[in-house]
Design a protein. Sequence first.
Length: 326
Amino acid sequence: MRLGVTRQDATHNALVLGSNPSRPTNPFSMSGSRLNSLASVLPLVACLQSVDSLIIVSVNISTHQMRRYQPMAFIRAASSVALTLSFATRVFASVTLNVSAGNLNDASGNPMPTNGLVLLIASTNDSTFGAPTPDTFVAGDDIIIAKWDLSTWSTPGLLLDSTGPVTLEGGWNAGDPLQLCWFPTLTLTATAPGAGAPYGQYRTNSNIDDGDPWITPADGATIPLKFLTTDAGGLVNPPAAGNASFVVGGIAAPKILSLTWETAASVVITWSAVSNRSYRVQYRSDLGAPWSDMVPDVLATNNIASAVDSNADGQAQRFYRVQLLQ
């Protein structure tokens, strides 16, 4: 590609691309104002040469079809081509998430139907998950990674599925937390939950039942994400953890799931919870006695929370309740 100046009239110069080999244009056989005109566009020539070196093209313009261009037109064209090349060569990271979950139940504890809706969600910025609203499944920086029903194995309450390779984009990066949500009364065609829809949710930062923490892995990784209740072969999560115990448009009251002896003197109280909400456990040894607070309050990190009463030794009986703090 060559740059030359063609004669027009006494007061104007014009830039042209190419030349006829039989009539070569020598940009150095000029003087005065014409040399000044050429010098003013030398940075433009460098830009065009840089673009040509990245995009392999051939330009052949005959002098019989020679057209006049303004310098700014060349700059705009070169910038457009360079930006196009930048986007075309960008490479995104991708991961594969294999998810198994069961038993996923409705609000009454019955296995959810095979056409029920399950969502895999990522928090892309603040590492917290907003509750669904009547108008949307996700809030804030949360994004939906995958949508499934239970038709893969056609077994109520059992999810066995995979995202396949999915691209880390839209603010979603390695290290972002992941969460499973299930809506027993909705289907894949639902565009919003609607008010009053029951749902369940689960995530953990621990390795449980041979599954990885529910955290987005590094580029190229394939990981198993598992949520298994004890009645489905799991070792940690009680059956009630699989219940759709939350309601769209409100926060369900905590429900005590189990009371177990940790030691001869300590009782573990476990209840359904909402991640990032605070709870207070209270106790009394007689139904007619006032409630006493266990300290400290508990900040839930997933859909199950627990506290330890270390002063239960020697008590003939003890009653507990859990309060959601506003």
